[in-house]
Ligand binder design. Structure first.
Ligand SMILES: [Zn+2]
Length: 164
């Protein structure tokens, strides 16, 4: 060891240097301050369906900061907000289409509008079970079309409900 400036650190010293370098004051209990963790599937923090491979991904407790008191952006919340905005856009298009097709306006989807959508869905369901159905409604696809329309109306009645 003549001309080397080699410095040897213990594991504990290495860890504390690493944490200091990352600016971590209170190490996250899930990732121990690394900001990453190992997941059992390729879906990582998204959960649900993913490939069966152990995968390293951003820690879903601190979202990568490594610090339990200074979390980074919650990616799950971001993804959910994106999903909601797409849902809203889809809903707006649906309402506009229905309004144009029926000549009605559904600008504010309050209680009465929701009730109307649910009533329409119930009516379609009731009609689909009638004995003297017109020709088009008797077959498999006619029945499916009515089921899906009723389901779409019921789904539409729930849109934006949490905003009220
Ligand atoms: Zn963490």
């Amino acid at each position: 060891m003549a001309d080397t400036d080699e410095i040897r650190y213990t594991a504990a010293e290495m860890r504390s240097i690493f944490l200091e370098w990352r600016g971590v004051e209170a190490p996250c209990g899930t990732c121990d301050g690394s900001g990453v963790r190992v997941y059992g599937s390729t879906a990582t923090w998204r959960g649900g369906v993913g490939g069966q491979a152990v995968t390293t991904g951003v820690c879903d407790a601190c979202w990568g900061s490594g610090d339990m008191h200074r979390k980074y952006t919650n990616l799950r919340a971001v993804e959910s907000a994106i999903r909601d905005s797409k849902r809203t856009a889809l809903y707006d298009a649906f309402v506009e289409h229905i309004a144009k097709a029926t000549g009605a306006t559904l600008e504010v989807l309050g209680g009465p509008s929701r009730a109307a959508l649910e009533m329409a869905a119930d009516l379609i369901t009731k009609e689909s079970r009638r004995r003297n159905l017109p020709e088009w409604a008797r077959g498999f696809w006619g029945q499916r079309a009515m089921e899906y329309t009723a389901a779409a109306l019921r789904e539409a009645a729930t849109f934006g409900k949490n905003k009220e």
